[in-house]
Design a protein around this ligand. Structure first.
Ligand SMILES: NC(=O)c1ccc[n+]([C@@H]2O[C@H](COP(=O)([O-])OP(=O)(O)OC[C@H]3O[C@@H](n4cnc5c(N)ncnc54)[C@H](O)[C@@H]3O)[C@@H](O)[C@H]2O)c1
Ligand SMILES: CC(C)=CCC/C(C)=C/C=C/C(C)=C/C=C/C(C)=C/C=C/C=C(C)/C=C/C=C(C)/C=C/C=C(\C)CCC=C(C)C
Length: 520
């Protein structure tokens, strides 16, 4: 289809300026470029991708953060990364992971989540035979949610025209989603499962991606995660996670979009209470018809703790204060990027592992340890004879603030050593095999990713009704939109990709450049 060109006036040369090149920002920008909009992405760092970038050191290609990738399936509508790339004429070769994750839990509960659904159900049932029915019911309900999502093109539910069309196309799927929107996982799990240890397992199943127990995790997101890992499966992009962002940039550029690196936005420029552009740290002002922030809402709007927000307190909409009362920043991470000699990795290891020593520690500072070893799938990421061990554990900014440089450095090394000792439970001899080591703290995450308190993303401050209170892309300021994990439906690459599709669709509707028909 011939792209629709938008008329521009001299003072507003860009149709849309996107602040940040996380996956949310890049999907918005590339989708808008495909619709014919003139788009500019401004990224403060030197590479694209944000938490989903990759960086090179001494022959290793390390993932910044994201490593377990959903949304790369071939069928249906929930494969949003595959779709975002295909829409700009790009494709990532991926390596299928035979298991999503190997759990190493208290009480000797060891379980790898098999790619095949029936195998996973059989393995979990073997451990909890008295809960065979409950296990089947609970995970089958997750499939019902997933099947609703997978049955229809996923665009902005803020656009009434889309809602009407999609309701006409898939009425039952829409009603199914409307039913599950206000529900959390804990309520559904307790309806079918009674064994306290199995309920704890459901908690950690949620925690490992939502950083919340089941009672605070929205059912829609669980339906997505607990089913996509078996439907499209977990697939690792060949060459590292950063390839996804690099290809989105390439595809966007091919459609006329542009990106500038080392371009930190310091404020959204307003005129008559409307966003009309942005100002960069070097003072340059760039005008645009629409401004999209891929920074977190805490970094976008003023409020308690936000030091240099992009919108001042006077112009911050009241709804943002309500959001801040409902959602708080989750902890950040202490992260390790290790290059290790092959001998430390047992043969036939899984790529992703989660270790928890005591259930009481699930939500504690540095309680759960996550491990990703992508070289088990893609050996080209490390020098021959070596593997990557990327490990992280939740850690809050408060634990790292107000320390002298010497105390900060020694805490960093001591905490890293402790994490490595923990990992030796599954990787015996690890500490002796390390040849390259980099340690990141919440302060590193804040500095390099520009994220408020280095946070992984927003989590509810109390029990909320599922996803019902999560804000969409439109903000209370005309011309300004948000995208990324502080928008519906929250954290996760596939989730922020959805946020990007929804945001570009909404802006497309506002600018009148959307194609009439829903995508196939
Ligand atoms: N699957 C996994 O294993 C895993 C692990 C970690 C993170 N993640 C996911 O990654 C997702 C994050 O995606 P996202 O789209 O929200 O964004 P993001 O935080 O990854 O990227 C935001 C980008 O905006 C840039 N930026 C911020 N403020 C700026 C400013 N003022 N000027 C210019 N640039 C600025 C940052 O440098 C960054 O590149 C999260 O949802 C998280 O769940 C996944
Ligand atoms: C009309 C009517 C009636 C109605 C309407 C209704 C509707 C339509 C609705 C709609 C809705 C929707 C569309 C929704 C959507 C949703 C979505 C898309 C979702 C998604 C989600 C996703 C997710 C959540 C994901 C996630 C993931 C993650 C986070 C991951 C992570 C991971 C990690 C961290 C890893 C770690 C571990 C290791 C390493 C071991």
């Amino acid at each position: 289809m011939e792209p629709i060109r938008i008329e521009k006036d001299a003072t507003q040369p860009w149709d849309a300026v996107v602040i940040g090149s996380g996956i949310g920002g890049l999907v918005t920008a590339s989708q808008l470029a495909v619709k014919g909009a003139k788009v500019l992405v401004l990224e403060s760092y030197t590479i694209p991708g944000g938490s989903s970038g990759s960086f090179q050191r001494e022959g290793y290609t390390f993932d910044v953060g994201a490593s377990m990738i959903f949304g790369f399936g071939e069928k249906g509508y929930t494969n949003l990364l595959t779709r975002a790339l295909a829409d700009v004429g790009e494709h990532c070769d991926t390596l299928p992971d035979p298991a999503q994750l190997a759990y190493h839990l208290p009480g000797g509960l060891e379980l790898a989540v098999d790619r095949k659904y029936e195998q996973f159900i059989a393995d979990l049932t073997a451990r909890f035979p008295h809960e065979a029915k409950g296990i089947r019911h609970f995970y089958d309900i997750c499939w019902q949610v997933f099947n609703c999502l997978d049955a229809m093109p996923l665009l902005s539910i803020e656009d009434p025209t889309y809602l009407a069309k999609v309701f006409f196309k898939s009425p039952l799927a829409c009603l199914g989603l409307a039913r599950w929107l206000p529900v959390n996982v804990g309520d559904v799990a307790r309806r079918h499962i009674k064994d306290p240890e199995l309920l704890r397992f459901i908690d950690i199943e949620c925690f490992c991606w939502s950083v919340m127990p089941a009672d605070l995790t929205p059912m829609i997101n669980a339906g997505m995660v607990f089913s996509d890992r078996h439907a499209g499966g977990i697939n690792y992009p060949k060459g590292g996670v950063g390839v996804i962002a690099q290809k989105l940039v390439k595809g966007m550029q091919r459609h006329g979009g542009e990106i500038r690196y080392k371009a930190r936005v310091t404020r959204v420029v307003l005129k008559d209470n409307r966003a009309v552009g942005v100002q960069l740290a070097n003072g340059e002002i760039i005008h645009a018809r629409r401004v999209i922030s891929n920074a977190t809402r805490w970094d976008t709007f003023s409020g308690e703790g936000s030091k240099q927000a992009l919108v001042d307190a006077e112009h911050t909409p009241a709804a943002e204060q309500t959001w801040r009362r409902r959602y708080v920043p989750s902890p950040s991470f202490l992260s390790l990027h290790l290059g290790v000699r092959n001998e430390a990795i047992p043969a036939n290891s899984h790529c992703h592992h989660l270790l928890l020593e005591s259930w009481d520690e699930m939500e504690s500072e540095q309680g759960v340890a996550f491990v990703s070893m992508p070289t088990l799938l893609d050996p080209s990421l490390s020098p021959e004879g070596h593997h990557i061990v990327h490990a992280f554990t939740p850690s809050s900014m408060q634990a790292w603030q107000d320390l002298s440089p010497a105390t900060y450095n020694s805490k960093k090394q001591a905490d890293a050593d402790r994490l490595i000792r923990k990992l030796e439970k599954i990787l015996p001899g690890l500490s002796q095999a390390i040849v390259h080591r980099e340690v990141g703290t919440p302060r590193s995450h804040r500095r390099f990713l520009g994220r408020f308190q280095g946070s992984y993303g927003p989590i509810p401050s109390s029990r909320l009704p599922g996803l019902l209170t999560m804000p969409f892309n439109r903000t209370g300021l005309k011309g300004l939109y948000c995208v990324g994990d502080s928008c519906f439906p929250g954290q996760g690459l596939n989730a922020v990709a959805f946020s990007g599709f929804a945001c570009s669709h909404l802006i497309g509707a506002d600018l009148g450049i959307n194609p009439w028909a829903l995508p196939n």
